[in-house]
Design a binder for this molecule. Structure first.
Ligand code: AMP
Ligand code: MN
Ligand code: MN
Ligand code: MN
Length: 287
């Protein structure tokens, strides 16, 4: 394996198995066509697409790492933890993710009730028509419904007006614990990675707490170059990776050709001073 930090790795994206709009097969083809050299599909709280992704990547000659993005509640906020290179048949992660997903149905019904109260009826049924996996109804599916039903111009507007804290369709939810998410990934032979750290609006003290607790639980990686970061954050989190001795990861967080600003494999490479997460996962790559 090429352990070069400049490898065109894209280790964060979503398919119809969570809140993306493309199938694992279409993503594999799109990644290959974009020049991606190492790919991971990281559906939210789901690994049901992993066997399809492994097969689709192999069919187009694209090296592949298993992936997921786990929703975690940390200090009363939502943090995402990406897992890479784990065994997708390991019982503990399979069952842990099943439990994490379990709250989504009731939460979605509460979200719809909140929206109905402000004059938007039928949002649960509406959102369901956008869902590729009935176990994984997410805010993104509500957002697509609200846009297509004419309530908002685009998905970001739906989040601003309806789906974020304090807004009518927002329902607080308790996700997995940081300890459990990191443990499931690590004990299944993978590496846990803090997803898009620049997105959490944490104070420096809160961010320090997240990173040190993550490391104490066995977490080893951090996303540095992601579609959620500004170029200044590529530098900031490269420094963070070095400061804490973390492996660096790179991923577009691609969801949809119509919605995602950043396409698969198009971000700048990791800085040469970083140790990439794939340097420690060479024996976990599917070819
Ligand atoms: P959920 O896991 O159901 O809470 O949905 C979270 C998903 O909503 C994220 O993975 C993003 O895909 C999407 N999302 C969150 N915030 C925004 C935003 N401000 N604009 C657009 N999409 C967002
Ligand atoms: Mn998403
Ligand atoms: Mn995320
Ligand atoms: Mn994501």
């Amino acid at each position: 394996m090429n352990l070069d930090p400049a490898l065109n790795a894209d280790l964060h994206c979503h398919s119809v198995v969570s809140d993306g709009t493309l199938t694992p097969e279409a993503l594999a083809q799109r990644a290959k066509a974009a020049g991606v050299q190492l790919w991971a599909l990281t559906d939210h709280d789901e690994i049901g697409g992993q066997q399809r992704a492994i097969a689709a990547a192999r069919a187009v000659g694209l090296p592949y790492l298993t992936g997921t993005e786990i929703s975690v509640t940390f200090a009363g906020r939502v943090v995402h933890i990406v897992g890479l290179g784990f065994d997708p048949t390991a019982t503990e992660i399979v069952e842990g993710l099943r439990t994490t997903r379990g709250g989504r149905g009731p939460r979605a019904r509460e979200m719809a009730a909140g929206l109905a109260a402000v004059g938007i009826p039928g949002a649960f049924e509406g959102a369901l028509t956008y869902v590729g996996n009935p176990d994984l109804i997410s805010r993104t599916h509500f957002a697509r419904f609200l846009v297509d039903a004419g309530h908002c111009a685009d998905v970001p507007e739906v989040f601003r007006r309806f789906l974020t804290e304090g807004k009518p369709g927002f329902v607080p939810h308790k996700w997995a614990s940081l300890k459990d998410a990191v443990g499931w990934i690590t004990r299944a032979g993978g590496i846990a990675v803090i997803a898009h750290p620049g997105r959490y609006d944490f104070t420096p003290t809160e961010e320090y707490a997240l990173i040190t607790e993550f490391i104490a639980h066995g977490g080893r990686g951090i996303e540095v170059v992601t579609g959620s970061h500004t170029p200044a954050e590529f530098v900031e989190y490269a420094d963070t990776a070095l400061e804490f001795g973390l492996l660096a990861s790179r991923g577009s967080d691609f969801h949809s050709p119509d919605e995602s600003r950043i396409d698969l494999g198009t971000l700048p490479p990791l800085a040469a001073r970083l140790t990439p997460v794939w340097a420690e996962l060479a024996d976990r790559i599917h070819r």
